[in-house]
Design a binder for this molecule. Sequence first.
Ligand code: NAP
Length: 351
Amino acid sequence: MDRYKTVVLGASGLVAQRLQQRLYRHPMFELTSVAGSSWSGMSLEDVPWKLDEKRPDLPDLLIEDVHDENIPATLYEQGIRIAFSALPSQHAVNIEPRWAKAGITVFSNASSFRLTEGVPLVIPEINPLALNGIAEVGHPIVCATNCTLLPLIMPLAPLHNMFGLTKVSVRSEQALSGGGYGLLDKYFGNNEPFDMTIPGEAEKTEAEFRRILEWNGEMDIACNRVRRKDGHHVFVTAEFEHVLSVEKVEDCFQQWNAKHMHNTQPSAPYHPLMFAPKIDDETHLFANGESFEQTPDPASNLKAGMSIVVASIECLNSRTVRFESYSHNTLRGAAGGVVYLAELAHTMKKL
Ligand SMILES: NC(=O)c1ccc[n+]([C@@H]2O[C@H](COP(=O)([O-])OP(=O)(O)OC[C@H]3O[C@@H](n4cnc5c(N)ncnc54)[C@H](OP(=O)(O)O)[C@@H]3O)[C@@H](O)[C@H]2O)c1
């Protein structure tokens, strides 16, 4: 099959580079263009590489100006039909609709349109049919969720389906990279004090959780930053309408995994959930649904870092379960998640 020509919106950011890395050898999508702000007019080769893995041999592209209103139509003329956006939300709100209006479907990591009626907010394993909305709205923007939502909602969605979630309490510990390169660069590997609070994060996570599960129970959520490079860790206590036990919870997770083990998209993990006695923030970062890889290269390995790890499952009483879970924030929670969405849209013939 011919690969779709794509553009990445963002040149130097952590998520932008994760996107470039994933598109390097992607079987469906080709990195045809990059549109940036501070680097526009320069060569992609000149942008400092910020990820731990070696920079792949990316095409030598001239970076377009993401603020130039004529660029979307020009790139459409050149055959580009898909944009992967890694823009900050305050800019995405004006820029993404311009690309959509030019006929380019935008798969976005920004939060600008996640709660907008008519814009699909999708997690492939949970609400794939929301992608049907792409054709209906005339503004082809599709949103991936907040990165903190993944380790929370992926285990809770099957439990909710089976036992009826009534109340949830969650506390997160989120890596520095979740706040972008500036935060990571400033505070990783030193003892400089930083603000652990993440303004607006709890509200965003809660609103997206409610939208995706169409749930209106009671929620108590606190989000905190920790001095770790990558990986968002959540501690969850959840109450249910129906009686459960650790065995029933584990069985529910196994059924969920079995349902998704034949997902054919290149970024689909072998199983969406993996299990461990306790979360180890380093060992469990690149879970691929089958094993915990240690030094994978996401430029050729699209599954590493795409599975959610669940651990320390216990029942506090016959209707309350407690667990911790963990996910890679710039892979499953951002670039990997949004490319997975585009793969699913292709499978569903929505591109
Ligand atoms: N980091 C995560 O774990 C994560 C997870 C989920 C979602 N997200 C979302 O993904 C987006 C990117 O996050 P990030 O972590 O990559 O941030 P980052 O490392 O701080 O990168 C910032 C990006 O914003 C672009 N930018 C800065 N000023 C701009 C302007 N005036 N106009 C247009 N673009 C501008 C930069 O573009 P140039 O490179 O062209 O200068 C750069 O690519 C954000 O919306 C974030 O909320 C991040």
